[in-house]
Every structure is written in C-alpha cells, then in structure tokens.
Design a protein around this ligand. Sequence first.
Ligand SMILES: Cc1ncc(C[n+]2csc(CCOP(=O)(O)OP(=O)(O)O)c2C)c(N)n1
Length: 432
Amino acid sequence: MANDPGQTSKAHGNLPPLSLHVPEPKYRPGDKVDYSWLSIPPAGAQVRPDESCPAAETEPLCFDLIRVLDGDGQAVGPWNPRLDPETLRRILRTMALTRAFDDRMYRAQRQGKTSFYMKCTGEEATSVAAAFALANDDMVFPSYRQQGILMARNYPMVDMINQIYSNRADRLKGRQLPIMYSARDYGFFSISGNLATQYPQAVGWAMASAIKGDTRIASAYIGEGSSAEGDFHSAMTFAAVYNAPVVFNIVNNQWAISSFSGFAGGERTTFAARAVGYGIAGLRVDGNDALAVYAASRWAADRARANMGPTLIEHFTYRAEGHSTSDDPTAYRSAQEGTDWPLGDPIARLKQHLVAIGEWSDEQQVAMDLELAESVKAATKEAEKNGILGHGLHHPFHTMFEDVFEELPWHLEEQAQQAIRERRIKWPEWKE
Ligand SMILES: Cc1ncc(C[n+]2csc(CCOP(=O)(O)OP(=O)(O)O)c2C)c(N)n1
C-alpha cells in the first residue's frame, strides 16, 4: 500500500488504537515466586575466546552466562582463572570484610550516627573479585555500591567511616553525601549522586591515558537502572569510536530502588547485548560467582591494556537487601524473590569452593568473621572520636565557603559573614 501524503492514518483501514507497553515486575509482595523462567546454563559450558578476538566473536556470550563454580563448589571450564589458594582466600576475606562493614554501618545509621548508608549485600563479588583482576593504579569510576573496591585496595576503614559520619576528620569536609567517597590516590574516582555521569568521565580518563601513552586503564560501574540514562550511550559511542581502554561494568541486580529491570529495557534483551550494537566486546557473567567475575574482568582488562578496546560486562546478580537505609523493599517485591534466588550468595559459594579443594574450613570461616567484625568495630570506635552526626564535631563552619575560588568573591564573603553572625545568635554554644 503506497503512502499518499494527502491521506490521514485512518485511511489505512480499521487499525486498532495505538498503545504502549508498561512493564510490570513478575512478583509483588506476597506473590509466590517461580524461577523456572530463568535459564541458568551449566558452569563451565561457555567458550572462552582469546582476549584479542574480534568483538563479534563475543556476541554469543552476551546472551549466555559465564559460570565457573558448579553446584559442588568445583571450578570448571575454560573460564576457570586458576587462582592460587592464597589469592582465593584474600578475595573471600575482602568480600567478608565488605559485608561486616556494611552490617556495622547499617546499624550505625539506625543508631543515628549517620543520616544514610547503602549496602552491597549479595553483590560483593562484582566489586571485590573485579578489583583483584585490575592493576591497583587503574582508575575505577564507581557508582555508590562498590565499597568492595576500596576494601580490596586497602583504603583505611577509619577514613571511610569518618566520611560516613561527616565528622571533623572527613577528608571530604562533609561536602559529599555519606558513602560518596573520593580517593584519587587509591584509583577511586569521586562518587556522584547524579547517576551515570561516571561513565563518560571514565571514557574521557581512558582516552587521556591513551593520549599520554600510559598503561593504566579505566573501569566504570553502573547499575542496570542507570544504564537507561543518555550518559551511558554517549560513553559507549565515544569508547567504541576511539577504541578507549575502558571496562564497562553493568551491575544488574534487577532492581533500581523500586523499579525492576524491565524499565531499563531488561525485558527485551540482556544488558550485555548492548555491546553488540556498539560493535564492542560483551560478556554476561554470573555476578555471584567470584571466579567468573574475576575471569571476565581479567579478560576485559587484558584486552583493554593490549589496545583491543572496550568491553561491556553485565554482572547478573540480585540486590539482597534494600536500596539504601531509606528504602523498604517489602513494600514492592516478594520476600521469596531473595530467599529463592537460584545463583546463591557470592561469599558462601567461594567458601564452598575453598572447602571443596581442602584449602579452608567452617571453623576458619567462623573465626575470620569474628575477627573481621572486631576490626570493623575497632575502626568505628576510632572514627567516633572524631564525631558522629549531630554532635557538632564537623569541619569548621566557614570551610563550606572554601576551596572553590582562589579568592572568595565579595558576595560569598558577605554570605559567609552573615552565616557566621546568624550561627552565633542561634547556636551560641557552638565551638569550632
Ligand atoms: C540522574 C539521576 N536520576 C535519578 C536519581 C535517583 N536515584 C538514585 S539511585 C536510583 C536507582 C538506580 O538503580 P540502579 O542503577 O539499578 O543501581 P542500584 O541502586 O540497583 O545499584 C535512582 C533512580 C539520581 N540519583 N540521579
């Protein structure tokens, strides 16, 4: 039927009215969850192409799931990174430390010591195992759920807590929301509350590294929900065009606060599949399998460092707890979703592997957990000497006007003076 420019759409016949699809999550609170729709391939069954392969060779892996640890805790298949037991124990310990830290900070928020906290429970492998696959001086551009990378790089816990408490020892002087760390000397770019901005920044940094003839690469993190932002797509275009040395991580924990992954496009295809459209390498990995995460991250890092360009990795995982301390997931998702999640827990799975190969025991795990809880407690006590929320031990009041202009413009000087005058009237007991 030729289109006559003079006709209206009605002339095409008895068409149904146009309609939109509004995604609906499979399960709401109280619903019985059935995971039979989820296709989980056997561990070890995925082909591992060479790191220098054409990007198109990775296409099947964008629709598969790279898995190494099988149900018995054995490491199998071509993606097995064959790490020595000592490295495996270090990854296990760092994931357990991250969880102990999260638990303590969550309680600290409930006790009123900070206004806000975000846990990464169940997702520890996606940051910790990936960090072990990078060089320590590669620059990471995190979202707000990669505290495991700071742990892997031995960033001082006391400094993390000082930041969370916005106290007088906070290196960021109370200017960032709690947990939005910044640690340039640890290769950890400032976290921004404006989702997805870190993606183009990572590409810019990676391009600069290449322009300077450096050997460091960038690794960017984003949640599957934030990958719907325009910034994600401009970053991918730039990285593909210039073959930038960057690893793009999408942590698909299936929830963006109360929006399920369908709203970011997850119903139609995988998140890894976006790599295909940009002509870059893509991998989809079991995000709760620390060995698979390590292997995929190492593959992508080696590829970027060898000038073979960017890789997009989708880490398929599950957000085991609330979005943040301000969230209550029981209001929007079935509790059974988490308890029946078939890919397990990353710490329990790596522990099972170490036990299976005779390199670890239940007793050692219990002792380690106790020791880690004690070390987090000690760091908390240390940080509390510098103040907690609402106890007045902040950075001096006037510092909020500093560090932006070399010389304070007159109107800000005026505001600073006014603020100090009003503070003296309203809070005469305030000490700086
Ligand atoms: C540009 C922008 N839009 C919206 C928000 C509010 N917001 C904060 S976190 C979040 C959910 C992000 O979910 P996802 O990217 O899947 O990451 P996850 O929290 O699951 O790790 C939203 C919508 C924001 N901070 N910035």
